[in-house]
Design a protein around this ligand. Structure first.
Ligand code: NAP
Length: 312
């Protein structure tokens, strides 16, 4: 196949740990690489106050600094990074065409999808109305607005419990409202939450409504065991009930699982030759920065192999 100078070898979509790692690897392999990201490099990681389970950072590191370092590292090896929102990818023989919202089109021999996932909404009355006025999905971004206030965190996973602990830096009380009577969060995070006097647990409870005037002032809860309904007076609510993958723009291009995550093999290949996926957007059981980074490296190496076979 003829080499066209304006065609990228690899286009990576998404600038979180998976995408940036893929970019470090493809750039070091001297593949002409472009990363298209939305907003700040780092993705979801930038919303994590403190990362303490990424090997090599024994004291921990802030999500923002971690992201900035990865971005600098990738650029150092020649990765081009632009901001944009991809609306469509289509195939032109073996070439993949990537269309941005603004109409700009980029072409590549291989594509790595690393678009991650977005916070899942509760889908209850009041959530949309009070979004940004007491309802938040990012403790790092909004925690400081709740100094000495009573707030609630919804969910029982690592995100909910870790961010609830962080929010105790500001809030007077943080209620963790969980739909079961056991947390899903990992042991060490649970231990810290149980030992924190500012955290109170409301078990077996679902949020039915978020209420307020100009801003949030209460949650209406239902106990799933007893059916009892109650009101919890809080000025803020942080929703951490999991994530939805960012795969809407793919419009059936690659095979997804029933939850819309991209299905890949162990080499990160999707159902379309030359299109790979990495990180939280991929169907897998462990979603961590460490696994995203591993996926990114694997996807880059697979893309390199795919391109070298195209050239033959
Ligand atoms: P998650 O592990 O999927 O937990 C979601 C939590 O929300 C669960 O406790 C779930 O309840 C609850 N939930 C789900 N839908 C709900 C609904 N409609 N109403 C009320 N509650 C609902 O999500 P996550 O905590 O965001 O974590 C996502 C991934 O990132 C996980 O793999 C996690 O391990 C990882 N992560 C790791 C770290 C770390 O290692 N420090 C930090 C953050 C995230 P049930 O428990 O009943 O299912």
């Amino acid at each position: 196949m003829q080499d066209l100078p304006d065609i990228y070898d690899v286009i990576i979509i998404g600038g979180g740990p998976a995408g940036l790692t893929a970019g470090i690897y493809t750039s070091r392999a001297r593949l002409k690489s472009l990363l298209i990201g939305k907003g700040f490099a780092g993705g979801q990681v930038t919303t994590i106050e403190w990362i303490e389970n990424y090997p090599g950072f024994d004291e921990g590191i802030s999500g923002i600094e971690f992201s900035q370092r990865m971005e600098r590292q990738a650029k150092k090896f020649g990765l081009e990074i632009i901001q944009g929102s991809v609306t469509e990818i289509y195939l032109h023989d073996e070439i993949k065409r990537i269309v941005l919202e603004e109409g700009e089109v980029h072409e590549a021999k291989a594509v790595i999808l690393a678009t991650g996932a977005n916070p899942r909404p509760l889908k209850v009355e009041g959530e949309e109305q009070y979004r940004g006025r007491g309802v938040s999905y990012c403790a790092t971004c909004d925690g400081a607005f709740f100094k000495d206030k009573k707030i609630a965190v919804i969910g029982g996973g690592n995100s909910a419990v870790q961010e609830a602990i962080f929010l105790t830096k500001f809030a007077e009380v943080v209620y963790i409202v969980h739909r079961r009577d056991q947390l899903r969060a990992t042991g060490i995070i649970q231990e810290r939450a149980f030992a924190n006097p500012k955290i109170k647990f409301i078990w077996n409870s679902l949020v039915e409504k978020i209420d307020g005037k100009d801003t949030v002032n209460a949650l209406f809860l239902k106990n799933v065991e007893t059916g009892e309904r109650s009101q919890l007076d809080v000025e803020g609510v942080f929703v951490y009930i999991g994530y939805n993958p960012n795969t809407g723009f793919l419009k059936g291009l690659v095979t997804l699982d029933e939850d819309n995550y991209i299905i890949t093999d162990e080499e990160m290949s999707t159902s379309v030759p030359g299109i790979f996926a990495a990180g939280d957007v991929r169907a897998k059981s462990l979603k961590q920065i460490t696994t995203a980074v591993g996926d990114g490296a694997m996807a880059a190496v697979s893309a390199e192999k795919y391109i070298s076979q195209m050239k033959r």
